[in-house]
Design a protein around this ligand. Structure first.
Ligand code: GRF
Length: 222
């Protein structure tokens, strides 16, 4: 039997996406282990979630370092100590540098609350409201050197409804985030993702249904 994929999750806040991945690992949908959760903020609720699930929770304060590269050197050191093979950014509010990306080539994932390439950067939900789009959503992508520019793995579309606020739209998008992020992590853990330039190819899963809103469709549990 092969050993489960070792995942390190980086958070800065609530960690609800972290939670959705923990849940699917614990119920056996994803064959992986979260070996550490690291936060640049000591008050990130994500650290508490990790502790509750007996996952090492580490506060790595960015203010102790001279700059982004120096911080990422420490991140890489810690992730390697735990044997991490996949880095999952889950609401990690820092720009990562090539120091991290080169240490984990094609093995750093991020989730963004918009249908990229629309509305990269901060306040993506408010950007969507301001622009007046009818559909927005969320995107899981490999991280590259740009801001929210890496190859796309999975997206889910969410309607913008009359009277939506940043909060109400964000909540609707988060429901989808909690479906597609674990789905992408599962695809990675199953070794089904390959990257060629901007294109991510996903090896088919026998139980993949068709006709869903997501592209590709989220798979049912095994
Ligand atoms: C999510 O909206 C995600 O799209 C963005 O940061 C937020 C993190 O939320 N990158 P949580 O900490 O997982 O609850």
């Amino acid at each position: 039997m092969s050993t489960p994929l070792k995942i390190g999750v980086l958070v800065s806040g609530s960690g609800s996406n972290l939670q959705s991945i923990i849940t699917q690992i614990e119920n056996g949908t994803i064959d992986a282990e979260i070996v550490c959760v690291i936060s640049n903020r000591s008050d990130a609720y994500g650290l508490e979630r990790a502790q509750r699930h007996k996952i090492p929770a580490i506060h790595l304060d960015h203010r102790r370092f001279s700059g982004r590269e120096a911080y990422d050197v420490a991140l890489v050191e810690t992730l390697r100590e735990y044997g991490v093979r996949l880095v999952v950014l889950a609401g990690f509010m820092r720009i990562v540098t090539p120091v991290l990306l080169n240490a984990f080539p094609h093995a750093v994932l991020n989730i963004h609350p918009a249908l990229l390439p629309a509305f990269p950067g901060l306040h993506a939900q408010q950007q969507a409201l301001d622009y007046g789009v009818r559909l927005t959503g969320c995107t899981v992508h490999f991280v590259d050197a740009g801001t929210d520019t890496g190859p796309i793995i999975i997206q889910a579309a969410v309607p913008v409804l009359p009277g939506d606020t940043e909060e109400s739209l964000s909540a609707r998008i988060q429901t989808e985030e909690h479906r597609i992020y674990p789905a992408a992590v599962r695809m990675f853990a199953e070794g089904r993702l390959s990257v060629n330039g901007r294109t991510v190819t996903i090896a088919p899963h026998p139980a993949t249904p068709t006709g869903s809103l997501e592209n590709p469709a989220v798979e049912p549990p095994a």
